[in-house]
Write a protein that binds this ligand. Structure first.
Ligand SMILES: NC(=O)c1ccc[n+]([C@@H]2O[C@H](COP(=O)([O-])OP(=O)(O)OC[C@H]3O[C@@H](n4cnc5c(N)ncnc54)[C@H](O)[C@@H]3O)[C@@H](O)[C@H]2O)c1
Length: 331
């Protein structure tokens, strides 16, 4: 009784304060919801289908795996760190109620590892319905892959380029099937530096990341052309800005005062479940079945930056990538 009286007194005494606090709260949550972007509403089931996700032990990849496992798919987690991947597989099984989740070793920074992995999948899996090229590294120091390529270009683009090419026969046999390449809005700042593809001169971690993400967009476009009539369709996407481990190389370089200053804004950053929505949309949405080669964000088709629509660059990148990974350019 006393509490009711006190509340009534408070409301009568400070009506403006209460109105301002309520409106601010509603506004902030509305803004957060809007920033969270689209949601994949498709109810498509994937029983009997096989999905392969690279870098699925953390972040967007793990949340994508949970969703696709819930839809009934056999989910292959293609990961570098087997301990973390096995733990992730247990978590995905528990959350999805689907035990058909398996882990296979893949290091995209090694062409040999990619070839061995693809050989294993092609030999032991009956089909492949969705390939999700999700793994990525952002803004690392000037590191190289096992084969001497710029690490960001090597992992984010070349490793996935080789993996996809090695799995194309299986994807074609399983058609209609899909290839989903997780790119980024960062592609808008990207240029393919054909004269210095490995960023040997004046290395800049952001330039290298943006180049690799533009490569994802151009690869998707060129692949769609080459796969016309096969029933295999391709998609690239920006997942949003999401709280994951992707910033592990970049965040420590930001001064502490800036990190403290930006902290309140992290409220508006997507969580990994929200960040996985556009990937899931590209993987399962029925209405996309006849679209191929396009770019998506917030569960809707979006225009890429002009350099993402450069067909000549896409073809040139394909030929260069093929020669770097040891495929013939026409392959
Ligand atoms: N987080 C964001 O805000 C954001 C924004 C735009 C695009 N993306 C893209 O989303 C994708 C997923 O990133 P995330 O945010 O979930 O980050 P994350 O760091 O949580 O996940 C990346 C995954 O890639 C794996 N990986 C890295 N190098 C690998 C290698 N050599 N071989 C095999 N796997 C390797 C990691 O182990 C990890 O599982 C990336 O392609 C990233 O570029 C993320």
């Amino acid at each position: 009784m006393q509490a009711v009286t006190a509340t009534r007194f408070f409301f009568l005494q400070y009506p403006k304060t209460i109105a301002v606090v309520t409106l601010t709260g509603v506004g902030l949550f509305g803004l957060k919801k809007w920033m969270a972007g689209g949601v994949c509403h498709s109810k498509a089931r994937l029983d009997g289908k096989i999905v392969l996700i690279t870098g699925a032990n953390t972040g967007i990849g793990k949340e994508t795996a949970v969703d696709l496992a819930r839809r009934g798919a056999r989910v292959i987690l293609a990961c570098r760190d087997m301990d973390r991947a096995n733990n992730a597989a247990e978590e995905i099984k528990k959350k999805s109620g689907n035990d058909n989740v398996v882990v296979k070793k893949l290091d995209l920074a090694s062409l040999q590892s990619v070839r061995l992995f693809a050989k294993d999948v092609a030999a032991n899996e009956a089909r492949l319905d969705v390939l999700i090229n999700n793994a990525g590294v952002m803004c690392c120091p000037q590191w190289k892959t096992e084969d001497g390529f710029d690490l960001q270009f090597g992992v984010n683009h070349l490793g996935h380029f080789l993996l996809t090419n090695c799995l194309l026969d299986l994807l074609k046999q399983s058609a209609p099937s899909r290839i989903v390449n997780v790119s980024s809005l960062a592609h808008e700042r990207g240029q393919i530096n054909f004269d210095d593809i490995n960023q040997e001169i004046n290395y800049n971690p952001w330039r290298s990341y943006s180049q690799s993400k533009l490569a994802n967009v151009l690869f998707t476009r060129e692949l769609a052309k080459r796969l016309q009539g096969t029933g295999v369709t391709t998609y690239s996407l920006h997942p949003g800005v999401i709280r994951t481990e992707l910033g592990r190389h970049f965040l420590p370089t930001i001064p502490l005062w800036k990190r403290v200053l930006y902290k309140p804004f992290s409220f508006f950053i997507k969580n990994p479940t929200e960040g996985a929505q556009t990937t899931i949309y590209c993987a399962v949405e029925e209405s996309l079945q006849n679209e191929s080669g396009f770019y998506y964000s917030d569960c809707a088709r979006k225009a890429t930056a002009p350099q993402g629509r450069d067909d000549e660059a896409a073809k040139k990148l394909w030929d260069l990538s093929a020669s770097m990974v040891g495929l013939t350019p026409s392959q």
